[in-house]
Design a protein around this ligand. Structure first.
Ligand code: OSB
Ligand code: MG
Length: 374
């Protein structure tokens, strides 16, 4: 039986070890929204709402999520009895459109709490089978091709199994060419455009085909699945969709239309674990590989991503880099680490997400807090 009688919302701020630039903006300080869930026996679960400070990735932000949770979603779960966390998403979805990251924050916290109540690892509760996951790094747009090459080389040396290079018009062909040239034909390289192009750029994007990239992520509009199908027909490089896959139905559209061949699943973007699992299962049945994306999460969101990436069809390395890639000091104990072959261990020796929250540290970092009760 799953019952939640208290949810504590907190905003903390953490400074990134280095600023992160994508085609639609740069972040240097991350506003992070974390949620604590308590059941009547005092068992505690955690989640992270992955929305950013600005709506430059999706329409949601920390502030819209806070409002949506406070106004609508918390009260859909507080004080109610659920027989399984699978019942949470439908309860949040009824007559409320969108707000997936807010829904996911509630839903994923409920799964984490459920795993702790059952005293089993979260990864196992959601159907994960791996005990370690392959990891890649997402490198922001750099000031020159030479700087990108230097960073990418360092990352391959650290063991990362995939190097994702952020691109935008004017910082694309030359950058990717330099990386391929310097790192050799077998380096696992890909690019992520975060919607920086249109169908007018087909000839330009076709130049990327010569570099043997594993994939190009979301070159066209954030909500598009139709024009990506037109582009994919003209490109040899597989398209991977990120922003525009917001539900299992969008994954079905991608497969039906041929808009892409790979999906980056971010549980926040799709409304939580149940929706992620549904997309995972659909893709597995259609031979579409998936991998777990990242949203510059703290150690809490990272824990949820690691659990998700342990499912069997997560066959490509995820953007689930270790804590030190992002933060001077993370908010979980132990911090997330990666071995020198690019593998992150799925914590299977503890119930729940497998790391503990450094409560004193988050108390110190908290800039806003609100307690919601049944
Ligand atoms: O498009 O995958 C993206 C970060 C913020 C917003 C969008 C994206 C990203 C990343 C970072 O690529 C991945 C990570 O967390 O390491
Ligand atoms: Mg992306």
């Amino acid at each position: 039986m799953l019952q939640i009688n208290k949810i504590i919302l907190r905003e903390i701020r953490l400074t990134l070890v280095e600023p992160f630039q994508i085609s639609s903006g740069t972040s240097s300080e991350r506003r992070i929204f974390i949620l604590e869930f308590r059941n009547p026996d005092g068992i505690i679960g955690w989640s992270e709402c992955v929305a950013g400070g600005n709506p430059n990735y999706s329409p949601e932000t920390i502030d819209t999520c806070w409002l949506a949770i406070e106004k609508w979603f918390a009260h859909r779960v507080l004080g109610r009895e659920f027989s399984s966390p699978e019942e949470i998403f439908p309860a949040l979805e009824e007559d409320i459109r969108g707000h997936n990251m807010a829904k996911a924050a509630i839903e994923m916290g409920a799964w984490e709490l459920a795993a702790r109540i059952k005293q089993i690892p979260l990864a196992r509760l959601i159907g994960g089978t791996r005990d370690q996951i392959a990891t890649g790094i997402s490198l922001g747009i750099q000031e020159s091709p030479a700087v990108l090459v230097e960073k990418a080389r360092l990352c391959l040396g650290l063991g990362y199994r995939k190097i994702k290079m952020k691109i935008k018009p004017g910082k694309d062909i030359e950058y990717v060419a330099a990386a391929r040239d310097a790192l050799g034909p077998d380096a696992p390289l890909m690019a992520d455009a975060n919607n920086a192009y249109s169908l007018d750029d087909i000839d330009h994007l076709r130049q990327l085909d010569q570099f043997g990239l594993m994939m190009i992520e979301q070159p066209l509009a954030w909500d598009d699945v139709v024009k990506h199908a037109t582009l994919q027909k003209q490109l040899k490089t597989p398209i991977c969709l990120d922003e525009s896959i917001t539900s299992p139905s969008k994954a079905e559209d991608m497969a039906a239309l041929g808009s892409g061949q790979i999906i980056n699943i971010k549980p926040g973007r799709v409304g939580g674990f149940a929706q992620s699992i549904a997309i995972h299962d659909f893709c597995q049945g259609h031979s579409i590989p998936v991998w777990c994306g990242g949203m510059l999460e703290s150690g809490i969101g990272r824990a949820h991503n690691v659990a998700l990436a342990s499912l069997p069809n997560f066959v490509l390395p995820g953007d689930v880099s270790p804590s030190r890639r992002y933060w001077q000091r993370d908010i979980v104990i132990p911090e997330w680490t990666m071995d020198n072959t690019g593998m992150v261990k799925v914590p299977l020796d503890k119930p729940g997400m497998g790391v503990e929250v450094d409560v004193d540290w988050i108390e110190n970092l908290t800039v806003r807090m609100e307690t919601l009760t049944a």
